[in-house]
Design a binder for this molecule. Structure first.
Ligand SMILES: [Zn+2]
Ligand SMILES: [Zn+2]
Length: 270
């Protein structure tokens, strides 16, 4: 590409002119396609709207790469001032073409600069909008992290409480199992004692077993309706005492001497 290349002055075309061109008297140049349109239509320069007359050398088809013979003969015989005048007009044509090319590039530069400014403005708007969205999302993420930490703390506290409740439940269950085994063991002991010492389970007589003589602890055989075993420590030897009862609250008031001063509050009603 040369600095002095010609381009079709039809603004939508701008084809590079290498071999032939249609040149007008108003110093415009066109490709052969658009030059033929000038000849076939209204004979008006498409660039500056100047009327053209093909019979007055207003337009000519120029060979842009003339032969040696053409170069030797085209100005032959002309006087030097004519040759200089022709050359001056030809150089003026090029000067105008270069000026138009510069104007074209200046206009292109201004249009691109305007588009760049608009795109930059769009970019700034887009960037600011996304910055606001990013800040909003970051704030939301921070809030969610706080909520997550709070929920994790609540979950940890609930797990600790559940662990404590499970431990209490296990302890209670162990106590219940222990008491149940203890009760079953005592029931078995009393059943064995009943077999050895049959209960006089008549209306007003019952066998009373005491842990030891003169002890506050006592036990009532489980066969007595409405009563169950009283508080009896494990592995204590029981003393069988036969007594007579009429009412629960006077159980030991009329019994053997070894069971004196025992109150009915030691007997638990089922
Ligand atoms: Zn063209
Ligand atoms: Zn023109």
């Amino acid at each position: 590409m040369s600095y002095l290349d010609l381009f079709c002055n039809y603004i939508q075309c701008r084809e590079r002119l290498n071999n032939k061109a249609v040149i007008t008297s108003c110093s415009h140049a066109f490709c052969m396609h658009h030059g033929n349109q000038i000849l076939s239509n209204e004979l008006m320069c498409p660039a500056c709207k100047t009327p053209l007359n093909k019979n007055k050398y207003d337009l000519t088809c120029a060979d842009l790469n003339p032969s040696e013979d053409f170069r030797s003969m085209i100005l032959a015989g002309l006087r030097p001032e004519i040759i200089i005048d022709i050359a001056h007009r030809a150089i003026s044509f090029w000067s105008y073409q270069i000026h138009m090319e510069n104007m074209y590039h200046i206009i292109q530069y201004q249009e691109w600069k305007k588009k760049h400014s608009e795109l930059q403005q769009v970019h700034e708007t887009w960037k600011n909008n996304h910055k606001i969205k990013i800040n909003h999302l970051q704030q939301r993420v921070a809030d969610l992290e706080k909520q997550l930490q709070y929920q994790a703390k609540i979950s940890e506290e609930l797990q600790q409480k559940l662990h404590e409740k499970n431990r209490e439940h296990t302890t209670t269950l162990q106590k219940f199992t222990s008491l149940k085994h203890r009760q079953l063991s005592e029931s078995a002991k009393f059943s064995m004692l009943q077999d050895q010492h049959p209960v006089g389970n008549t209306k007003n007589n019952i066998d009373i077993y005491s842990l030891e003589k003169n002890s506050e602890f006592f036990a009532v055989p489980s066969s007595l309706p409405g009563f169950h075993i009283g508080s009896v420590p494990r592995h204590k030897k029981l003393h069988c005492v036969r007594t007579t009862i009429i009412e629960p609250h006077s159980l030991f008031q009329d019994g053997d001497k070894t069971c004196k001063k025992k109150t009915s509050t030691k007997i638990n009603r089922k």
